[in-house]
Design a binder for this molecule. Structure first.
Ligand SMILES: [Zn+2]
Length: 280
């Protein structure tokens, strides 16, 4: 390769780098509710909330952990657990691979330990980008391992849910995780553990019907959909229109299923206060 080739290769690489940087700087996301487009960096600075209509975009585990944990305090556990394809479900392996590439994670939950305002806690965040945050064997197993770890180390447990429910590609193996996670959480609570469940949009199906509803304290984000079967399914089944705001966080708060609705801006403070009250 002669010197001109090397220079032109470098120039190409340099131009590519600049164009990638420009494209992420100018990238915009459209709000699904008000259709207003906002630059990604502004959304990120505003905790992924639409400045026009207050719509809550879903957050990645990384953004969520950055929002609530003390700087550099998060240590990931069980990151390498990986789903197999027990039913040889068509296309499942392929979908898993593409989700792994997209998220950089092996499955739909990130688990670990952290500090919040200097109080230690075990924390899990489900990721709705990974097969809709569905609970298969790995999500169930990671929640159980983290809960048992929290029990052994006498740590409070915080779980952020965002899930479409059980993972259909793992059939019965998925459904078993409901009982498994529920039993582990109950055992943890009986031994005096504090479980704070944070429901984000959407928390549905087998996740809402297992560990997510078992919090000693249940927090929810504004307007989050929280339900077992979604409104469309219920309407089709009973042939009736549902009341306004049905299955939204505010509706559940009014009906005693949620303890408090917490805006993202105050989330870290609220968690810190709960931890300070309940831990020595
Ligand atoms: Zn909006």
């Amino acid at each position: 390769m002669n010197i001109d080739d090397i220079f032109s290769q470098r120039k190409r690489r340099w131009n590519k780098l600049i164009s990638v940087r420009k494209s992420t700087e100018s990238q915009e996301r459209e709000c699904p509710r008000c259709k207003h487009s906002t630059p990604v960096r502004m959304l990120a600075a505003n905790h992924w909330i639409c400045g026009e209509c207050n719509y809550y975009f879903s957050m990645t585990p990384k953004d969520r952990l950055e929002l609530v944990c003390d700087d550099d305090s998060f240590k990931e556990l069980y990151a390498k657990l990986k789903s197999s394809d027990p039913l040889h479900f068509p296309e499942y392996e392929k979908k898993l691979e593409s989700c792994r590439r997209k998220t950089g994670q092996q499955d739909a939950v990130v688990t670990g330990i952290c500090k919040i305002a200097d109080k230690r806690a075990a924390i899990a965040v489900l990721d709705s980008r990974f097969l809709m945050g569905s609970m298969g064997t790995v999500v169930g197993e990671k929640i159980v391992r983290l809960t048992e770890y929290a029990g052994k180390k006498k740590l409070p447990l915080i779980i952020f849910s965002a899930s479409g429910g059980a993972r259909m590609q793992e059939g019965l193996f998925s459904l078993m995780q409901m009982a498994k996670t529920g039993a582990a959480i109950e055992k943890y609570k009986e031994a005096g553990g504090l479980f704070i469940s944070c429901l984000t949009n959407p928390t549905t199906g087998g996740v809402s019907a297992s560990f997510a509803s078992l919090g000693d304290i249940i927090l929810a984000e504004p307007d989050a959909l929280i339900c077992f079967a979604g409104p469309r399914v219920i309407e089709q089944t009973i042939g009736q229109k549902l009341p306004e705001g049905f299955q939204r966080a505010e509706f559940l708060l009014e009906h005693g299923m949620v303890d408090r609705i917490v805006e993202r801006g105050e989330l870290r403070d609220v968690l810190a206060r709960i931890l300070a009250m309940h831990t020595k």
